[in-house]
Ligand binder design. Structure first.
Ligand code: GLU
Length: 369
């Protein structure tokens, strides 16, 4: 009987000990407990995440450090190659959360929990050229027009419109004593006539022939001149505008058919594809900038804070942002659904907004962009 009792006691002890042992890690399963280091997935996208001599910094990293400090969380950062793998790491539990430049979208919201918005972003367009205006070099545009076949055609027409009336006027006017043609000889008389015809064509004639027939012709010719100049101006304006517009991108409406570089799996890539543009996807946004510089891409479509920062810093003088932010998006921290840590992180984020430290970070990374 005592043996049985002892065995039962031993069994009970084992069970109790066992349950204590399994109960022990329970608070650890809740990552809120500071006892364990959080694995935070991120990815390099300046100025949100910048890699500087192997050290990560940038707006998102400093924001995260601020949150982690307030919650006394120890973290290890793990970098991922693209946004899809960032989210995948959260899905599989390989990472506890992901923070970088992750846009909160309806599709992602179905699969993940997001923090409150940590930055308002949205899509914008980056093209080659400086802030100066249309073409990179306006002189180049004018030169191209001056050497174009269009101009040659107009010069030929102008030549005919000068030579023919010059001869008619020379013939009628040459005998007139106070006329515009001195003497009867072809030379130099014809040169005077050509000068007169040219200035009439440009509607700037100062002299008028004396002979009545020459005067009638002169008036008719002035009308021809007005029409010629009007047509010529119209065509010149049109060709200049076409040159300016051809290949130029000034908003999302100009994207169809263009070669657009962006990052792999991003919201921008999905947007550009829907716009029927040719998407060139890169892992790193820096490779998209390189494609734009090399001319393999006509534009980069990506998150506004990222493009604006690049245009104001490393890309200054080489690229410019065009058009408005045409699709609003917010950045958030991604969690596996049900992660208890989210509320605390949201509260820390709000505290940082309320105590001014968020604003200070925002100014540090985005002021002047
Ligand atoms: N905001 C973009 C997105 O979430 C960033 C993509 C990226 O990390 O390249 O889709």
């Amino acid at each position: 009987m005592r043996a049985v009792f002892r065995a039962a006691l031993a069994a009970l002890l084992i069970v109790v000990a066992g349950s204590l042992a399994t109960a022990e890690p329970a608070p650890q399963a809740d990552p809120a407990a500071a006892s364990r280091t959080l694995r935070v997935a991120t990815r390099v996208i300046p100025p949100l995440v910048i890699e500087d001599n192997g050290k990560l910094t940038g707006f998102s990293i400093e924001l995260w450090n601020g949150i982690a400090e307030r919650l006394k969380l120890a973290t290890t950062l793990v970098t991922m190659p693209d946004v899809k793998s960032l989210l995948e790491a959260v899905r599989t539990g390989e990472s506890d959360l992901a923070i970088s430049a992750i846009s909160i979208t309806a599709d992602r919201e179905r699969e993940f929990d997001f923090s409150l918005p940590m930055l308002d972003a949205g899509l914008q367009i980056l093209v080659r050229g400086s802030d100066g205006g249309g073409t990179a070099n306006p002189l180049e545009g004018i030169l191209r027009l001056l050497l174009s076949p269009t101009l040659l055609v107009w010069l030929a027409i102008a030549a005919v419109l000068v030579i023919v009336p010059a001869h008619v006027i020379w013939f009628i006017e040459r005998g007139h004593p106070e006329g515009i043609i001195p003497g009867k000889a072809y030379i130099p008389g014809i040169f005077h006539a050509i000068w007169w015809a040219t200035s009439t064509l440009a509607t700037q004639a100062e002299q008028m022939p004396r002979h009545w027939l020459a005067r009638i012709l002169a008036v008719l010719w002035m009308f021809v001149g007005v029409i010629f100049v009007a047509y010529y101006t119209a065509q010149l304006t049109a060709s200049l505008t076409v040159q300016e517009i051809r290949g130029a991108i000034s908003g999302p409406a100009d994207l169809p058919g263009k070669k657009v570089a962006t990052t792999r799996g991003s919201t921008a890539a999905a947007f550009v594809r829907k716009e029927k543009a040719q998407v060139i996807e890169f892992a790193q946004i820096s490779d998209a900038y390189a494609a734009l510089a090399a001319g393999t891409a006509d534009a980069v479509v990506f998150d506004a804070p990222v493009l604006q920062h690049y245009a104001a810093h490393d890309g200054k003088g080489k690229v410019r942002v065009v058009g408005p932010v045409f699709r609003k998006e917010d950045y958030g921290i991604a969690f596996k659904p049900g992660n208890q840590l989210r509320r605390e992180i949201n509260a820390a984020l709000l505290t940082m907004k309320e105590d001014g430290s968020y604003q200070a970070l925002h100014d540090k990374w985005f002021k002047g962009d």
